[in-house]
Design a protein around this ligand. Structure first.
Ligand code: NAD
Length: 472
């Protein structure tokens, strides 16, 4: 057990103002592996002051130079790749192979993409007789969740820095160790003091203090819709800019004629990935009634290949969920699904066999799910897949769009044009066509209650800019 001290403020670690601490628990062993300081409003105030003081200098730094420092940040993350991966496996329970490839690997590429964008983006343009300047939005308060502990941080901090903003980060209390490594990487990269600051701590204390702080110009939040709503209200009341990246209940639509085996296997792998803790997980599968039974049987067969186990094992593909609370919530939702009439085809709420320690959940396939059921409407954030049936394509579209959320979706069809035509009518921010790959340059964000704003690529950069027009 390691007791970490300090908040990263104004270029270095300085003692926390209060004595409170939070524990970091390894979800596979249930052991406390570290403690970190629980930040207070005073720590947040120190960090915001440092970020404000650093803002004029950083905003005036030529974008190409900001790009060089972001390249150095990407290199620093790459240099600590293995340590980041093992840390994420320890504090989140992500299988080590996935942690290396995605959890630690993806942010290196995203940071690099913003190094390139800082250098190439046109921060000035001419519109008729006006020159339009794209200026930094100011001091950013970033509040991140635990499910992708480094990606969620980099997807906010890298574009903010590229835009010329300075940042105060409050990471999730479950996964602060990765955020601490990130802070060290900003120092190793040579970022000027105060440009990036870190305050660890609890949401209702440190997080809320950051969202409410008058010195913060823009709040960027990723997490639950419930908290996002509150942050949106606080930001709206103070007339601050706000970006919200919230939950999802994304539909995977398998149209008649699609490669059923491929579509279902990809869907199961998607929902099991990161133990189901991805906001864009395709958790509602819509299948034509003629193919429904076959699809459910295929899913059960595919899910059985993902036995939960030790995430440090390189062969592990399904680790524990992040916490006892999350495990209990997922199991409760599975029970609720069964109570409301869903058929548990495989998996279920019982603990997996042979695992007496760790917050494990069985990979679960629910069939006969109808649109009004809780498991069709609520984000479960566990390895649970719900199958719904449709009679024709119009009904498939109605069901796909019948959600308070609108983050992402997928369509499978024999013909790409048919899939694209269907995707155009879906009410969500991102749709994968016949298994299309994740693209880090394409905008990511939600329609409806999945959020406000976009992350990644140039759209993510624009979130952190404000425009000024000079009439000449
Ligand atoms: P959460 O929304 O409570 O926490 C996310 C972040 O917000 C954390 O850093 C937390 O400390 C902070 N926070 C909490 N309360 C706050 C407040 N009042 N003011 C300011 N900041 C606050 O999410 P959670 O409890 O970690 O997870 C709960 C559910 O959220 C999950 O089951 C899942 O459905 C959803 N979730 C979604 C995403 C996503 O990527 N969209 C990520 C994680 C969790």
């Amino acid at each position: 057990m390691t007791a970490h001290d300090g908040m990263f403020i104004d270029g270095g670690w300085r003692p926390a103002r209060g004595a409170g601490r939070t524990e970091v628990v390894n979800p596979a062993t249930e052991q406390v592996i570290a403690t970190v300081p629980a930040g207070t409003a005073e720590d947040v105030d120190d960090a915001v002051r440092a970020a404000r003081a650093a803002l004029p200098g950083w905003a005036a730094t030529p974008p190409a130079r900001r790009g060089e420092l972001l390249t150095a940040l990407s290199d620093a993350l790459a240099a600590r790749h293995e340590e980041i991966a093992t840390t994420i496996t320890a504090e989140l329970g992500s299988p080590i192979g996935f942690a290396r490839r995605v959890q630690a690997g993806l942010p290196v590429a995203v940071a690099r993409s913003y190094a390139d964008l800082a250098a190439s983006h046109r921060f000035e343009e001419r519109i008729g007789t006006s020159t339009v300047l794209h200026e930094p939005a100011g001091v950013v308060g970033a509040i991140t969740p635990w499910n992708y502990p480094l990606h969620q941080v980099v997807a906010k901090v890298a574009p903010a820095l590229a835009a010329g903003c300075t940042v105060v980060l409050k990471p999730a209390e479950n996964t602060p160790l990765t955020a601490r490594i990130f802070a060290e990487c900003t120092a190793a990269a040579g970022l000027p003091a105060g440009v990036f600051n870190l305050v660890t701590g609890l949401g209702p204390e440190a997080g809320q203090a950051l969202a409410e702080h008058p010195g913060v110009d823009l709040v960027s939040f990723t997490g639950s819709t419930a908290v996002g709503r509150r942050i949106g209200a606080v930001a709206g009341g103070a007339v601050k800019r706000v970006a919200l990246e919230l939950g999802g209940k994304s539909a995977n639509v398998i149209l008649p004629g699609a490669d059923l085996d491929r579509a279902v296997r990809a869907n199961v792998a998607d929902v099991v990935r990161n133990a189901g803790q991805s906001c864009n997980a395709l958790t509602r599968t819509l299948v034509h009634t003629d193919h429904y039974d076959e699809a459910v049987a295929l899913a059960a067969e595919a899910a059985a290949e993902f036995a939960p186990g030790d995430p440090t094992d390189p062969d592990c593909r399904l680790g524990p969920v992040v916490s006892a609370r999350q495990r209990d919530r997922v199991r409760e939702l599975i029970r609720k699904g069964a109570a409301e009439g869903a058929r548990v085809v495989t998996g279920g709420a019982e603990p997996p066999e042979g695992l007496d320690k760790g917050y494990y959940v069985r990979p679960t396939v629910l069939a006969d799910v109808t649109p009004g059921m809780t498991v069709a409407r609520e984000e479960i954030f566990g390895p649970v897949l719900s199958f719904l049936r449709y009679g024709d394509t119009d009904e498939a579209l109605r069901l796909a769009n019948d959600s308070d959320y609108g983050l992402s979706g997928a369509v499978w069809a024999a013909d790409q044009d048919e899939a694209v035509a269907f995707a155009r009518r879906m009410e969500c921010g991102r749709v994968d066509i016949n298994g299309g790959d994740f693209n880090i340059m394409a905008p990511f964000g939600g329609y409806k209650q999945s959020g406000v704003g976009r992350e990644l690529g140039v759209h993510g950069l624009q979130e952190y800019l404000q425009t000024k027009s000079l009439q000449l």
